[in-house]
Design a protein around this ligand. Structure first.
Ligand code: VGL
Ligand code: ZN
Length: 212
């Protein structure tokens, strides 16, 4: 997509998981994560509506490798809902690592949706937990406010931004990912996610295509 997009009051900027643990020095740092903060802060000036999400796990969350016997970080295990990557402990509710990046402007956020709060189920998407059934409340919030188009930003392309985009489409929204405002692990899950986005109709834009 290269044409200009005129933003309206039914557009919403959704900022996924811009938290210390995903940024440099964090427990699960994603390359270039810090670089999304300035673009996102700039986008906050352009959008009327902003929603933030936070990865927010209880101690002993089953997505942590430390919650399983004989597992190393980034190995996988079979959960009731399918395969689960086992992460280093990250974004434990209330810890320093779970806080937003200190430079992120959070003042314009109308709502903050927390996910991954169930000890037994991980949640990549900001809409549903990884069982693909349990809602986080995001879709209801967006719908009740009459929002039609979701502009996605944040961390990380392969997981939380990735599945949020897919589920946003599934929930009947138009979904547009803002390229400079997203960070990725750039691992083997990257290309398959971009392919899935194409198949499901997730659009990608540059910031300079957005006009107020
Ligand atoms: C995420 C792995 C584990 C993300 C969250 O925000 O993409 N990735 N938890
Ligand atoms: Zn997590």
């Amino acid at each position: 997509m290269t044409e200009k997009i005129k933003l309206t009051t039914t557009d919403v900027l959704v900022v996924i998981d811009v938290q210390k643990d995903f940024c440099s020095g964090g427990a699960l740092a994603v390359q270039n994560a810090d670089a999304v903060v300035t673009p996102i802060n700039n986008l906050m000036e352009v959008f009327n509506n902003v929603v933030l999400s936070q990865d927010w796990h209880p101690v002993g969350h089953k997505s942590f490798y430390t919650s399983h016997e004989n597992k190393k970080p980034f190995e996988t295990t079979q959960m009731s809902y399918g395969q689960q990557i086992l992460w280093p402990e990250h974004c434990v509710a209330g810890t320093t690592g779970s806080e937003f990046h200190p430079d992120l402007n959070t003042l314009k956020a109308k709502a903050i949706i927390r996910k991954g709060t169930n000890v037994n189920i991980d949640s990549y998407s900001t809409f549903f937990e990884n069982d693909r059934k349990t809602p986080t409340g995001m879709a209801g919030y967006l719908r009740q406010n009459g929002f039609k188009r979701i502009f996605l930003s944040g961390i990380a392309t392969e997981y939380c931004v990735g599945f949020s985009a897919i589920d946003g489409i599934e929930e009947g929204f138009e979904v547009i990912v803002i390229k400079e405002a997203t960070a990725s692990f750039d691992n083997e899950d990257h290309a398959p996610m971009l392919k899935l986005w194409d198949e499901r109709g997730v659009a990608k834009v540059n910031m300079d295509q957005l006009i107020k």
